[in-house]
Design a protein around this ligand. Structure first.
Ligand SMILES: [Zn+2]
Length: 280
């Protein structure tokens, strides 16, 4: 599943490659991924100029002259900048763009397009100009995990009685952390996933704040997870061997060499070093 690093990178790629381009036409092959009828969606965004792109958690917001296109890849998928002739076999939506040259005829084989595929199910939603706050799924998201200051994190945690892992995965608190990166973030912070938030010291909150940024930055620097591709179909460079303890049950902790444990934490599993992340 793409998380903060992958979505951040895709957003930057859209910004660098698509701003100023015009959406000429749209093909929708999975109407269920839309929040409005296909004809309304197509009419709303056809002729729109792409103005900007930004991210909130696992959502990409593409701002256009005619409203917002909101993309969420769900369990994973590809957003590819390609051409009509090179369209991948599997795609759920295609946004045909204006050509690089004035000579390009709409419908020509080399017409550039943005192809979106969801491995399982994802969302391509529309929000009109000035109505973004009415989009419930994104309006309730918390701030991006990397953009929260230490003081903001402290005030979010104050008086919270839940367990640390639940807090970190709650997208309405911090947006963008999921099961790919949470294990290493907690390891970098030296904190057990089941720690009760109201027992954290100021020093531990500082360690957590630094670990959130560090844990996501390692992947950002490497182009995101190896199982996701960029707009040009190239895989990310953050590989299994770059993961510190996540999904490494029985292997030695990189700090103290104790065997990494897989433990049950509510309905999900967690990977921890029992020595570096004691449950105190
Ligand atoms: Zn250890």
């Amino acid at each position: 599943m793409p998380e903060f690093p992958e979505i951040y990178l895709r957003t930057q790629e859209i910004k660098a490659n698509l701003v100023g381009r015009v959406i000429r036409d749209i093909d929708v092959l999975q109407p269920k991924s839309l929040n409005i009828p296909v004809d309304d969606f197509t009419a709303a965004l056809s002729g729109a100029v792409i103005l900007d792109a930004y991210q909130r958690g696992k959502w990409i917001f593409v701002e256009t002259s005619q409203g917002y296109l909101l993309l969420n890849l769900g369990m994973g998928g590809e957003i590819l900048l390609t051409s009509r002739a090179a369209l991948p076999e599997k795609h759920r939506l295609v946004f045909y763009l204006d050509g690089q040259s004035d000579k390009l005829e709409p419908g020509a084989d080399d017409q550039p397009c943005l192809s979106v595929n969801f491995w399982w199910f994802g969302y391509a939603h529309y929000a009109a100009c000035g109505e973004l706050e009415k989009h419930e799924m994104s309006a309730k998201l918390g701030p991006n995990a990397t953009e929260v200051s230490l003081e903001e994190l402290k005030s979010m945690l104050a008086g919270n009685k839940s367990r640390l892992k639940n807090f970190l995965l709650d997208q309405t608190r911090l947006a963008g952390i999921g099961n790919a990166y949470i294990h290493d973030i907690l390891f970098l912070a030296g904190l057990h996933p089941l720690r009760k938030i109201d027992t954290l010291s100021q020093q531990e909150i500082e360690a957590l704040h630094a670990a959130i940024r560090k844990g996501l930055q390692i992947s950002l620097d490497k182009g995101g997870a190896f199982y996701e591709v960029n707009l040009f179909g190239e895989k990310g460079g953050f590989a299994m061997e770059d993961i510190l303890i996540g999904y490494r049950e029985g292997q030695p902790c990189p700090t103290c060499a104790a065997p990494i444990q897989k433990i049950k934490t509510g309905g999900t599993s967690s990977f921890i070093c029992p020595t570096c992340q004691p449950l105190v």
